[in-house]
Structures are given as structure tokens and as C-alpha cells.
Design a protein around this ligand. Structure first.
Ligand code: CP
Length: 294
């Protein structure tokens, strides 16, 4: 049994193994495993991609899904996360995927839960499976990470995607650049990368990774109109023209169109945004394979 709670817990070798398995799954090596059992996906925050692609990955590898909706569960009667997960374990669920607004929600589960827990995003903490699918997408494109410059741009301090990616990319030998509003920077990231102006980042980077403005974590106005943000911190059509010929655009999505990046760039030639979403299924199959050790 192997939890996946944070990208920090994975060794570089384990990351490489997951990316290798994701590649095998992407190539169609998808033999349904008999007797894997049951998965439950517990999403306490909204999700389109992570929840749906975990469901697809679970079905593809042969898990049955036990439906769970927080809004109609006993969570509404005050049940704790631990009691919910323990109940599912006792009912016979073999693996749980959890997204929760609280950073480190999983700490309350570690002592007495005996099935693998996969973090589908904890507050502004970590999003390890998004990180792995991003790594997989970059590896597909460039064959590796050493020497690449990856610019992570936007709402950095509220982003679990940025937190996971900056750490993993640094460990794998990429050079990480950060850009975005000063008030949304995270000083603790500076040990893994350098803050620079957006125009320089866009011209230098092999990968321009735009981040969603996390309105739900700002507690009110973000202090910019969408147009102001786009012009100052967004990937405008004009900035895209100054990217290197071989550079790609990524975004974890959902995209605030015409805020983080121009509407016309979402599916432009350089964009790998929908490729990332497709790769999410293969990567999550690989993560489930590791969790259930088959
Ligand atoms: N990228 C991501 O986590 O998307 P969802 O919120 O739709 O799952």
C-alpha cells in the first residue's frame, strides 16, 4: 500500500517509474487487472479534470467505483473526514482519492487508515498528480528536464500546482523561473528558482506555465480587473509572439480565458493544455498502479 500525499515524498526514481508507467499506459498497454477492488473519489472542492480523469483511470485499470458526493453524505451531519474514510475502508473500498480545501487534510488519516490515500489537491498545499501529469507532458515534449527553463507565472502563493511543480522540476534538473504579481509571490520558493519580469520569462522559457487566478482563495477582490491582469501578468497574443520557436504553453486548467492567457492561445499550436488533460488519465493510472502495487 502506497499513499501519494505530496510530491516531496517521492524519490526521483519513483517519479521516473511513474512517468515510465504513464508512457506505457499512453501507448495502450492497459490490461485490466482482475480483483483490484473498489475506489472512492471524495471531492470536497469542485473539480472537472482531476475527478473525471481519476474515474476514467480507475475504470481503465479495472477498479469499480463506489460513488461519493460530499453534498449528500453524512459529512452534512458533521461526520469527520477520518470517520468518512474509515467507513469506506470498512465497507470494502480499496483506495481513496481525496480533494479537500484544508492543507495537509491527510494528516488525520495516517495513523489508522489502512488503504492507500491519494491527494487530489489539498488547499494551497500540493497537487501531486497534476505535477506528475505536467512532468509527463514536458518529458514527452523535450525528452527530459535537465537544462530546461520553465517559467511558472501568476497566482503563485495560492497555487498547489506551483508548489508541487517548482519542487519537482528543480529536483529533476530544470531551471525554474517565477513571474507574476509581487503580492502573490512566495519567498520560500526562491531556493528553487528566480523571480523575473514576465517579458523576460516569456522570451527565455522553454515552457511557459500559466497559473489560474485562484479567486476562491483570495477572500474577495483580487485588486485587478480581468483586463488589467491580462495586460500586466497574462500571456497576451503579443507576448506569445516573443516566445522561442520551440517553446510550449501549459496551464493546469480550468483557464480564465483572456485573464491568464488570451482566448486564442488556449488551443494554439504551442498550447499543450488539452494534452495535459489527456495525459492526466495515463498518469493517474500509473499512480493507482503504484498505490495498489500491481
Ligand atoms: N487542474 C485541475 O486540478 O483541474 P480540476 O480542478 O478541474 O480538477
Amino acid at each position: 500500500m502506497k499513499h501519494l500525499l505530496s510530491i516531496s515524498q517521492l524519490t526521483t526514481t519513483e517519479i521516473t517509474e511513474i512517468l515510465h508507467d504513464a508512457e506505457m499506459f499512453a501507448k495502450g498497454d492497459c490490461r485490466i487487472q482482475k480483483g483490484l477492488g473498489y475506489a472512492a473519489n471524495l471531492f470536497f472542492e469542485p473539480s472537472t479534470r482531476t475527478k473525471s480523469s481519476f474515474e476514467m483511470a480507475e475504470r481503465k485499470i479495472g477498479l469499480d467505483i463506489i460513488p461519493f458526493e460530499a453534498s449528500t453524505s453524512s459529512v452534512q451531519k458533521g461526520e469527520t473526514l477520518y470517520d468518512t474514510v474509515k467507513t469506506l475502508e470498512m465497507i470494502g473500498v480499496n483506495v481513496v482519492v481525496i480533494r479537500h480545501p484544508q492543507n495537509h487534510f491527510y494528516l488525520s488519516l495516517m495513523e489508522n487508515i489502512h488503504i492507500p490515500v491519494i491527494n487530489g489537491g489539498d488547499g494551497s498545499g500540493q497537487h501531486p498528480t497534476q505535477c506528475l501529469l505536467d512532468l509527463f507532458t514536458i518529458q514527452q515534449e523535450f525528452g527530459g528536464f535537465k537544462g530546461l527553463e520553465v517559467a511558472i507565472v501568476g497566482d503563485i502563493s495560492h497555487s498547489r500546482v506551483a508548489r508541487s511543480n517548482q519542487e519537482a522540476l528543480n529536483r529533476l534538473g530544470a531551471k525554474v523561473l517565477f513571474s507574476g504579481p509581487h503580492e502573490w509571490s512566495d519567498p520560500s520558493f526562491q531556493e528553487n528558482g528566480q523571480y523575473i519580469e514576465l517579458d523576460e520569462a516569456v522570451e527565455r522559457a522553454d515552457v511557459v506555465m500559466m497559473l489560474r487566478v485562484q479567486h476562491e482563495r483570495h477572500g474577495g477582490s483580487i485588486g485587478f480587473s480581468p483586463d488589467q491582469y491580462h495586460l500586466k501578468y497574462g500571456l497576451t497574443a503579443d507576448r506569445e509572439k516573443r516566445m522561442k520557436k520551440s517553446s510550449i504553453i501549459m496551464h493546469p486548467a480550468p483557464v480564465n480565458r483572456n485573464v491568464e492567457l488570451a482566448d486564442e492561445l488556449v488551443e494554439c499550436k504551442r498550447s499543450r493544455i488539452f494534452k495535459q488533460i489527456q495525459n492526466g488519465v495515463f498518469t493517474r493510472m500509473a499512480v493507482l498502479k503504484r498505490a495498489l502495487e500491481f
